[in-house]
Design a protein. Structure first.
Length: 548
């Protein structure tokens, strides 16, 4: 029997244990040295951690949280929870204390694994009394038990009786529109999402991935962890931000996914070493072109990469075109917490079509409602929201998730997002404006990193932007002129009621830590609007206004 026919994740772990017990599959850098884990190591440690939890009196069905950046121990802790029949509750490592406390209390967690964190001192306030704290072998806040001590536990018969349809995990949404909601996912959902994604990307045990986007998010859980159990590929981790480049090169991934912000930073790094004019010239010279492309790919850590993905937010077509000239063809993918990242993914045998989010994956059915909303039915659709039957009934109707995204399917089956139902606002003139397509037009400007179009209570919409790293290397006049020209170009294509009054430039960087972005770097519209709507009401005579 192949791994793709196994329903339960613990059975998949046993499959790889029997097939290649001594194969090194997890690579964790610690103080510059790489600690490796074989399938045998993973199973042994997961059994001990699960037995430790049982010795503390926790029973099948208890909820246990994981708060950590991505590490090999994250995988092992999650597998321990699977072996013990516990329900895992991942929490974003950048979550503030209020969010941590909310998730722990709302999910009724009994214990929490605390791993590698950048600022654990600011998160201590989120700990809840009575919730056992277990560290994961990294320096962190005060805990009740260490990872090392937990691994001293003798394995016991865990006697679990969970099935494919039982709840395995509660994935909390990133809270872009308020308090996060907990999507309930089964063991079968977890297996299905990775099985289909791996099939779409022709994944095998020979592939390598770098795990660095939050494992608390559905995308990393599906594309990395679930694929790992389904296909047995190797997973490398990042030690810290300063070692990212070295860690990426060590991995030399065959499949690499990122978010728009990082693709922009990679581009900036290339252009710092080779200005655009020089690069353009060299790419036009046949003898030099291939050498330059190969050198850049190697420098980026992509020498062996065969698939490139981007998600979380739209990537501008100008960036996509720039990478395409280097033979780095980035396909945009899409999924939701409610579907455990199932949605649409590029097909290696089909061309990448800019402006779309690729083609629905296997096990996924997409249709467009009469009002333009994308409806999706998948093999990994959530069971519902934890403790929220009303919201579940609104979202899950006849097996379809009502995504809230507006979109269309073209004649070739490619899916395109055209907006978000809840983002549409009405100006003081009583006219409706859909911000996403307008923002997408502004995304072509190289100086814009993040943006938010506002219009409620305004006579005309106003765009607030956060500048890209590239903009910060230019003088204000250059950026001003570029933004003004983009504003004029975009306004020419809009109806009068939708034309943007002016652009407000926020010189402060928007971050998840300060609350403007979700952990996956999506803009929290309600936060930005609250911060800037009153300033936007003030009259502005110039097309661009710089804020202090």
């Amino acid at each position: 029997m192949s791994a793709t026919h196994i329903q339960m994740p613990n059975d998949k772990l046993n499959y790889w244990l029997e097939k290649s017990a001594d194969r090194e599959v997890l690579f964790q850098p610690i103080n510059g040295e790489v600690r490796t884990y074989t399938w045998s190591d993973i199973k042994s440690q997961a059994e001990k951690i699960a037995s430790f939890l049982r010795s503390k009196g926790y029973v099948q069905g208890d909820k246990i949280a994981i708060l950590s950046k991505n590490t090999a121990e994250w995988f092992i802790a999650d597998l321990a929870l699977i072996l013990g029949g516990y329900i895992s509750v991942p929490i974003y490592p950048t979550a503030n204390s209020d969010t941590i406390k909310y998730v722990l209390e709302h999910s009724e967690c009994k214990a929490i694994f605390i791993g590698k964190l950048d600022d654990y001192a600011s998160q201590i306030g989120g700990m809840v009394e009575g919730v056992l704290r277990i560290d994961m072998g990294y320096t962190t806040m005060e805990v009740d038990t260490t990872w090392e001590d937990a691994l001293k536990t003798e394995p016991v018969d865990l006697n679990t009786s969970v099935g494919p349809d039982d709840v395995m995990t509660i994935l909390y949404t990133s809270g872009s529109t308020g308090q996060p909601k907990g999507a309930l996912h089964s063991y079968q959902n977890f297996v299905n999402c990775g099985m289909h994604l791996g099939k779409r990307t022709s994944l095998s045990s020979d592939d390598r991935s770098l795990s660095y986007l939050p494992l608390a998010h559905c995308t990393e859980r599906a594309y990395v962890e679930s694929c790992f159990l389904n296909y047995g590929n190797q997973i490398y981790f990042v030690e810290e931000l300063t070692t990212f480049k070295a860690d990426l090169n060590r991995c030399s991934p065959t499949i690499f996914g990122s978010v728009p912000r990082l693709w922009t930073l990679f581009q900036k790094g290339v252009l710092e070493n080779m200005p655009q004019k020089k690069l353009d010239f060299m790419l036009k010279v046949p003898i030099l072109s291939g050498m330059v492309k190969k050198k850049i790919r190697q420098a980026l850590g992509f020498a062996d990469a065969r698939i490139f993905l981007s998600g979380s937010a739209p990537l501008s077509e100008s960036i996509l075109e720039w990478y395409k000239k280097l033979d780095i063809n980035i396909g945009e993918a899409w999924g939701m917490t409610e579907t455990l990242a199932a949605g649409s993914t590029p097909r290696p045998d089909r061309p990448i079509k800019f402006g779309t989010i690729s083609i629905p994956t296997e096990g996924t059915e997409v249709k467009i409602a009469e009002d333009g909303e994308i409806l999706i039915k998948t093999d990994s659709t959530m069971l519902g929201y934890y403790k929220d039957d009303e919201k579940t009934a609104e979202t899950l109707i006849d097996g379809y998730v009502h995504t809230g995204d507006l979109g269309e399917l073209d004649s070739d089956g490619y899916l395109k997002i055209t907006g978000r139902k809840k983002d549409i606002f009405k100006t003081e003139k009583g006219k409706y404006v859909a911000p996403v397509p307008i923002e997408k037009s502004f995304a072509q400007n190289e100086y814009i990193e993040q943006m938010c179009l506002m219009g409620t209570t305004l006579i005309q919409p106003v765009l607030v932007v956060s500048l890209s790293p590239h903009a910060k290397t230019q003088d204000q006049e250059t950026v001003n002129l570029s933004l003004s020209e983009t504003l004029d170009t975009v306004n020419e294509s809009l109806e009068s009621h939708a034309r943007i009054s002016h652009i407000m430039v926020c010189t402060k960087e928007w971050t998840p830590e300060d609350g403007e972005l979700t952990p996956t770097l999506k803009v929290k519209r309600h936060v930005i609007e609250k911060q800037f709507i009153e300033i936007a009401k003030e009259k502005c005579k110039s097309p661009v206004r710089w804020l202090d």
